[in-house]
Design a protein. Structure first.
Length: 202
């Protein structure tokens, strides 16, 4: 593939068109609004004192989040200490602090809460500000040269801030919201021979 954003973006636009026609229904109208409304409210900083283990467990379940499979592998670890989880989420969602530092602090506070859990939480609370960073999005962004290969071993806040800036740019150029951009990476994996459009995230 030509090494330019224009060529890569054109490929993704084609994937969007194909995804909308795909029988597995990669772009399901209404699902994002429902999930973002429910969990955006649950994780809103004003509600964190009332967040329950059941709320967090539901978010980590594909049955309820309708988008990310495999998050519930760490559900027991993440919900084992709810006061610490609430405190960690308060740090993660503190918009007055730099993204990189609050990411590192929050993930260090909550056992089992990696990037595949933290970035979707940011997305549902602020769907126009934060994209999802997980194995699928990273693999596809790397394979299309949006990200350098050297990014792969990292999970720190500085790298997420860089990844998020790239996701915001792609979202803006393609005219697709960040939820559906995350859906698109799974379809890109399918389109490039990686399997089902419902590839689990991690």
């Amino acid at each position: 593939m030509p090494n330019s954003n224009q060529a890569r973006d054109e490929y993704l636009r084609g994937c969007i068109d194909r995804a909308r026609r795909h029988p597995e229904g990669s772009f399901i109208p209404g699902v994002s609004d429902e999930v973002i409304h429910r969990f955006g409210a649950a994780f809103h900083p004003d509600n964190l004192d009332h967040l329950t283990a059941a709320d967090m467990g539901d978010f980590m379940s594909y049955r309820h989040n309708r988008h990310w499979k495999g998050l519930d592998r760490n559900k027991t670890k993440v919900t084992a200490d709810m006061p610490r989880l609430r405190a960690g989420l308060a740090v993660l969602l503190d918009e007055d602090a730099p993204l990189a530092s609050r990411w590192d602090t929050a993930l260090g506070m909550v056992r089992g809460m990696g990037r595949a859990v933290a970035s979707p939480i940011l997305l549902v609370v602020h769907p126009d500000r934060y994209g999802v960073w997980n194995t699928v999005s990273e693999d596809m962004m790397t394979s299309l040269s949006y990200l350098p290969e050297a990014t792969r071993p990292r999970q720190d806040g500085r790298t997420y801030a860089h990844v998020n800036d790239i996701l915001l740019g792609i979202s803006d150029r393609l005219g697709v919201d960040l939820w559906h951009l995350d859906t698109l990476w799974r379809f890109v994996s399918f389109d490039r021979g990686g399997g089902s459009t419902t590839t689990p995230s991690s």
